[in-house]
Ligand binder design. Sequence first.
Ligand SMILES: [Cu+2]
Length: 179
Amino acid sequence: MANLLLISTILLFFYALTCSATVYTVGDNSGWDISTDLDSWSRGKTFSVGDTLLFQYSQYHSVSELTKENYKGCNMTNALQSSSNGNTSFALSSPGDRYFACGNRLHCLGGMKLHVNVVGNAVASPIGAPQAAQPGGFNLPPGSSRTNNPSSSSVLNRIRVDSLVMAFFGVLVILFGVI
Ligand SMILES: [Cu+2]
């Protein structure tokens, strides 16, 4: 009986840990392509620590992670990391901005680039601040920018998650220390 309880508790715990991790296929069915409207694709999505970006693309493309400055100018020298195997995953393992572009500079200049802001909460938030908000976007009025920096709230969320985990282990210790 205790074993069953232990197993189900552990399963529940791992489910809680993993259920919020999302694998985002960039561009969905259109994939990572020059014809994909990547701004529309990323708009309204909240990318969280633990999520993964999956880039699927043809032999004519590649994917490079760039610094913000190089991203702006589609400067492909000194890419942080690159791949051209057609099926590339990037783990969003820490909060902050990430910048990706096709390694073909002309494609990058043509819009084959993606900026995501990774927020540091493991708890899925339905009210994620949309990044890459365009004037005319449906979420924010023109002119409002990302002044609601997610870093402070994400720290709070992180603390909340940590204390939840601590509380969980506390309950486990009490539960199985008593039995
Ligand atoms: Cu390309």
